[in-house]
Design a protein around this ligand. Structure first.
Ligand SMILES: Nc1ncnc2c1ncn2[C@@H]1O[C@H](COP(=O)(O)OP(=O)(O)OP(=O)(O)O)[C@@H](O)[C@H]1O
Ligand SMILES: O=P(O)(O)OC[C@H]1O[C@H](OP(=O)(O)OP(=O)(O)O)[C@H](O)[C@@H]1O
Length: 206
């Protein structure tokens, strides 16, 4: 029986493949896939999707397992089993604003790719804000005056620094996570277990 694994395309895909290689997994078919979005390797089938869609494919049981950023998991909350963290994709959420920003006298505008996370954050602080949803390059928003501040993920801090922004608060350390479809975990347990054990360094992959 095949086990289907949904991988987040892009940055996490590269890091996951490096991690698989470090576990002695033959990543050749995955590297040489060209523009194919579905690749077989032994009894595993890998599909390549955008982060939020990885959660959707796993929730709907199309994929048994998924490799997804914790930021996406927290934002979209798919109904999946969150199995364990992986040792890459490490970053954290941060609230940031322009280094020379004067205190705002009116309701602040916060730009972000993560409206739910941002909403929860400000519900906790008790500050009422307007959230502006962006799809990327969020650091542009305060620079160009679209927002007073941003909530985004930060790793090295380079993007913030090079755009004249400073961190006001950091919250929630994040990493890539391995998630599973709830039914697959029971029905395909015997097939899934060797792979998830290997991902946790408990068994050699073949
Ligand atoms: N600077 C970073 N450091 C560590 N992890 C990161 C960083 N940026 C992104 N990630 C992680 O990698 C995941 C995918 O990020 P990536 O930039 O590849 O895709 P994206 O932001 O959705 O952009 P795109 O729309 O181009 O696919 C994020 O959800 C996050 O978990
Ligand atoms: O702290 P740093 O190491 O600089 O990394 C943080 C940057 O990485 C991510 O952006 P990404 O490259 O995914 O582009 P995006 O903003 O278009 O999503 C994130 O949104 C920050 O912009």
């Amino acid at each position: 029986m095949k086990v289907c694994v949904a991988l987040t395309k892009g940055r996490l895909e590269d890091q996951f493949l490096q991690y698989l290689e470090s576990l002695s997994f033959d990543i050749e078919p995955l590297i040489n896939k060209g523009r194919k979005l579905c690749v077989e390797a032994g009894n595993l089938q890998f599909i390549f999707a955008k982060g939020a869609d990885v959660g959707t494919y796993v929730e709907h049981g199309i994929a048994d397992l998924g490799i997804i950023g914790e930021d996406i998991l927290l934002e979209y909350q798919p109904d999946v089993f969150d199995l364990f963290p992986l040792p890459f994709g490490e970053c954290r959420f941060a609230l940031a604003e322009a280094a020379n920003k004067k205190p705002s006298l009116t309701k602040r505008k916060i730009a972000t790719k993560y409206p739910n996370i941002t909403n929860d954050y400000f519900r906790n602080t008790g500050e009422s804000v307007d959230i502006v949803k962006l799809e990327g390059s969020v650091e542009l928003a305060p620079v160009l005056g679209l927002s007073d501040a941003i909530v985004d993920i930060v790793e090295t801090g380079t993007t913030l620094a090079e755009n004249g922004l400073i961190i006001k608060e950091e919250f929630h350390p994040l990493s890539a996570r391995c998630i599973a479809n709830r039914s697959s975990l029971k029905i395909k347990k015997a097939f899934i277990t060797p792979f998830i054990d290997a991902l946790q360094g408990q068994e050699v992959l073949s």
